[in-house]
Ligand binder design. Sequence first.
Ligand SMILES: CC(C)(COP(=O)(O)OP(=O)(O)OC[C@H]1O[C@@H](n2cnc3c(N)ncnc32)[C@H](O)[C@@H]1OP(=O)(O)O)[C@@H](O)C(=O)NCCC(=O)NCCS
Length: 179
Amino acid sequence: MTTGTHGKLTIRKSRSGDLAFIESLYPAAFREEDLLPLVRAMMACDEEILSLVGERDGLAAGHAVFTLGSIGGTERKIALLGPVAVDPNLQRSGIGSAIIREGLRLLKALDVEQVFVLGDPAYYGRLGFLPGATVKAPYELPQEWSQAWQYMPLADEDIAGEGRLQLPDFWMRRELWGE
Ligand SMILES: CC(C)(COP(=O)(O)OP(=O)(O)OC[C@H]1O[C@@H](n2cnc3c(N)ncnc32)[C@H](O)[C@@H]1OP(=O)(O)O)[C@@H](O)C(=O)NCCC(=O)NCCS
């Protein structure tokens, strides 16, 4: 838990009582993209995700999901970060970053070796995500998204894995990875 100029911030695993918050959060945070079908499918697969809620002064304010997966043909444990959303009224006060950092800490404790993300390098680069992942996204990404495909090594020894990310079914839809 951290207390700063914006009030007390707590990060915890989500529970079933958070579903109403999550259902209202995503349409508010993503005005041009309907992520609810994906998020609902994820929330129904408890064992394959790490779902975290950030609370500001005891009230749910943000949410992020990490999906556990592997690299095709290997035993290597990896995770994919996304989506991440923060209440538009509370953005830019450190909630998104705090949820992501806590997720990375928990995943490292689970011996996850790398975490991948498809997102804006201006945001994820600040958190330590790196460009140039040798492991590929589940589908071929559009050329203009190549910089958005980033990774973070969590293991002490960097694994230069190759191959494709293997993820649960809810991520295996072409349209989630660009046309
Ligand atoms: C992106 C998002 C999750 C970040 O969470 P947050 O709590 O607002 O961000 P933090 O306070 O942790 O970090 C703030 C810093 O990140 C950067 N930042 C925030 N949102 C950004 C964005 N969309 N693009 C680039 N940089 C961004 C800013 O530099 C900001 O610092 P500044 O205020 O000093 O300029 C949140 O803004 C959000 O829900 N946005 C809409 C949904 C979305 O785009 N999700 C991410 C894609 S999966």
